[in-house]
Design a protein around this ligand. Structure first.
Ligand code: PEP
Ligand code: MN
Length: 283
């Protein structure tokens, strides 16, 4: 059982807000939608994504540069070169960027260029990494492990909080089950439970949960209706050419449409999605 007395993440009666920038924060009445490709592949790819998604609008861009792949022979990410591309988009389009950190040695460099460091599912219980992120002065997006219980998920957040970093956002991204029609099973019960058990913002990744682009929109709507504070969604200028997770990538048009259809769902549960004007291009 969770020990609420010991658990920093489970203090009741308060809601932590986690700021990504002056204008974007998780945990308030505004939803935060993070969108972009699974992996940063090129400058022109990210230019297209950043430009097109201004129409959505989305509040942050994603793109992996260090990729945790099941096979060591699969594309591992562009590394530093990819991080530089993300940093360029961040300053050119005045939009926060989120990217995955896989190792302690990457923290400093990523923190210098990104607004939020993602801990992927495969690293949710990499305790040394979590402790080191507790000392980083950056918001952390902690994704639920592939088969982690809710208690294990909260305890992983505790590692970061107890080492000094209170800026943690939890992300439900589906858990493994017996059915392989969908990639994973989106656990919206966990979203409701985490919102009750913890004071941390909770977002949902419908892309990795379901694994098929045509099923992403319904799950995104359900996530917002269930009280999620935001979404992280994969999309790509040419989904079928995506070097990783092609099957689940939305086209950029589909991403724009999705945000449009999320508006009334958000309104029905008392949430808003930032208007496009507030995220206008910086230069
Ligand atoms: C990702 O966001 O690209 C990713 C690898 O996600 P997860 O860790 O949830 O599998
Ligand atoms: Mn992915």
């Amino acid at each position: 059982m969770l020990n609420a007395k010991l658990a920093l993440a489970t203090q009741p009666d308060c809601q932590t807000t986690v700021k990504l920038s002056e204008r974007v924060a998780f945990g308030g009445s505004d939803l935060v939608i993070i969108a972009g490709p699974c992996a940063v592949e090129s400058r022109s790819q990210m230019e297209t994504v950043a430009t097109q998604l201004q129409r959505a609008p989305v509040q942050a861009l994603r793109g992996g540069v260090y990729k945790p792949r099941s096979s060591p022979y699969a594309f591992q990410g562009l590394g530093l070169a990819g991080l530089q591309i993300l940093a360029e988009m961040r300053s050119r389009y005045n939009i926060p960027v989120v990217t995955e950190v896989m190792a302690i040695g990457q923290i400093e460099t990523i923190a210098a260029h990104a607004d939020m460091l993602q801990v992927g599912s495969r690293n949710m219980q990499n305790f040394d990494l979590l402790k080191a992120l507790g000392q980083a002065n950056k918001p952390i997006l902690l994704k639920r492990g592939l088969a982690a219980t809710i208690e294990e998920f909260i305890m992983a957040a505790e590692y970061i909080l107890s080492h000094g970093n209170s800026q943690v956002v939890l992300c439900e991204r589906g858990i493994r089950s017996f059915d392989n029609y969908t990639r994973n099973v989106l656990d919206l019960g966990a979203v409701a439970a985490l919102k009750q058990l913890t004071h941390l913002p909770v977002i949902v990744d419908p892309s990795h949960a379901v694994g098929k682009w045509e099923l992403v929109a319904p799950l995104a709507k359900a996530a917002v209706a269930s009280g999620a504070d935001g979404l992280i969604i994969e999309c790509h200028p040419e989904p079928e050419k995506s070097v990783s997770d092609a099957r689940q990538a939305l086209s950029l048009d589909a991403m724009v449409d999705l945000v449009r259809t999320l508006q009334p769902v958000a309104a029905a549960v008392g949430r808003r999605i930032h208007s496009i004007q507030s995220l206008a291009i910086a230069s």
